[in-house]
Design a protein around this ligand. Structure first.
Ligand SMILES: Cc1cc2nc3c(=O)[nH]c(=O)nc-3n(C[C@H](O)[C@H](O)[C@H](O)COP(=O)(O)OP(=O)(O)OC[C@H]3O[C@@H](n4cnc5c(N)ncnc54)[C@H](O)[C@@H]3O)c2cc1C
Length: 380
């Protein structure tokens, strides 16, 4: 446990975390657990917020092609997730319905299966992938493990590392546990200006000024604008995802599928598309129809269920899809943390990233995740 000397002024924090999505809330909790006095500044519920609309998978298989360190980072978090769920139960009183029974990617044609298997082989030909387990299953074997599949399912990839949670309850639990640890959550405090001053940082908005010794930029899409103010880079852009939710039904789907999962409450979530459409969050019929048709081919029983909700939300996407974690060289003490799998990586953010930020040095696991990689030509 690191002991942080608390400042005396009521306007100061040891660490200011900018952005109260699932990434910022997890880091704030991790910092507070180490004894830091944390202010969590957030634009509020009206902001574009990936954390309000995600698919809630803890997903490892298929992650890290082109950057094996990302596969390792995802796996580390997935392995630590049971511990995070237990911590949140104890510290927030909330059960986030964590379940990691292994996940499936179902394929509806031979070509799709071959493409998936090929990608998986390339992923596993990379270094450091020895401990990652997966199986390729034909229709019969998939049916044995998932009796609800339809005849159109040609086969599947299965990995025991994958799982899911109740996403909104996770978000609430992170906030509640943080609040009980003293995190000072400040909604409607949009940060417009950052400046390093006298060994700390001055953080400004219409609401006033806050001074903090360290600053963590976890503002999702807002990081693109904020990072350069402290010598960092976060060239993130929105990637739209649409989701369908059905009425509740009796449990029939024990395992999460990458595009279909039954929640702990009984509803079935179908998703998640990926579109580059700027800041457009309109739910569009053609995409929703394709998603629904594919889901019904996977699980014919879905055809009998009513849809009760649809939504779209914007992922926070870097140019290569991998996270950026970095401390500023120009302004030491300023960190950026941005990723598109904030649910999967929540355990790492609480247990590994936050303590490292307090130590002032990011962990070796994330050494490859600086924004500088984005300037190296892919075929150099
Ligand atoms: C459709 C969809 C499906 C997804 N599925 C999964 C999944 O299955 N598994 C998984 O692990 N992840 C998934 N994700 C990603 C996940 O939701 C994470 O939330 C994502 O990684 C980004 O979280 P974040 O906290 O960085 O950003 P956000 O949730 O966008 O939060 C950013 C916060 O910063 C605040 N902010 C912005 N600018 C400022 C400013 N200037 N001042 C103060 N505050 C500011 C906003 O108010 C907001 O609350 C999915 C996302 C989407 C959209």
């Amino acid at each position: 446990m690191i002991h942080v000397k608390h400042s005396t002024s009521a306007r100061e924090a040891d660490v200011a975390v900018v952005g109260g999505g699932v990434v910022g809330s997890a880091i704030a909790l991790g910092l507070a657990r180490e004894g830091a006095r944390v202010a969590l500044l957030d634009e509020g519920d009206g902001a574009f917020r990936a954390s309000r609309g995600n698919f809630a998978l803890i997903w490892v298989q298929s992650k890290g092609l082109g950057m094996p360190a990302y596969a390792g980072w995802s796996r580390k978090s997935a392995d630590a997730w049971a511990g995070l769920a237990a911590l949140l139960r104890e510290e927030s009183g909330l059960d986030v319905a964590h379940d990691q029974p292994g996940g499936f990617m179902l394929c509806l044609s031979q070509a799709e299966l071959e493409a998936r298997v090929d990608a998986m082989k390339r992923l596993h030909n990379q270094p450091m992938m020895q401990d990652f387990r997966y199986e390729v299953l034909d229709h019969r074997e998939t049916k044995k493990r998932m009796p609800a599949i339809g005849p159109d399912v040609v086969g599947a990839l299965y990995s025991p590392h994958d799982g899911h949670v109740n996403s909104l309850r996770l978000f609430r639990a992170l906030r509640e546990a943080g609040a009980r640890r003293g995190v000072d959550y400040r909604p409607s405090q949009v940060v417009t200006r950052l400046e390093q001053r006298g060994g700390g940082f001055r953080i400004e908005g219409d609401w006033g000024v806050l001074e903090a010794r360290r600053i963590v930029l976890a503002a999702g899409l807002g990081n693109a604008r904020l990072a350069p103010m402290v010598g960092l880079e976060a060239p993130v852009t929105p990637s739209k995802g649409q989701i369908i939710v059905t009425e509740k039904t009796a449990p029939f789907l024990r395992h999460p599928v990458v595009t279909v999962r039954q929640t702990d409450e009984g509803g079935v979530m179908i998703g998640d598309s990926q579109e580059d459409r700027g800041f457009d969050t309109i739910v569009a019929q053609p995409v929703i129809t394709t998603m629904a048709e594919r889901a019904v081919r996977m699980f014919p029983a879905l055809a009998g269920l009513n849809v009760v909700r649809t939504w779209s939300a914007l992922r926070v996407m870097t140019p290569d899809g991998f996270p950026i974690y970095e401390q500023s060289r120009a302004c030491p003490g300023a960190f950026v943390a941005t990723c598109h799998s904030g649910v999967t990586l929540a355990a790492n953010h609480v247990f590994t990233l936050a303590p490292a930020i307090l130590r002032g040095e990011l962990p070796v696991d994330v050494a490859d995740f600086t924004a500088g990689r984005l300037h190296v030509p892919a075929h150099a």
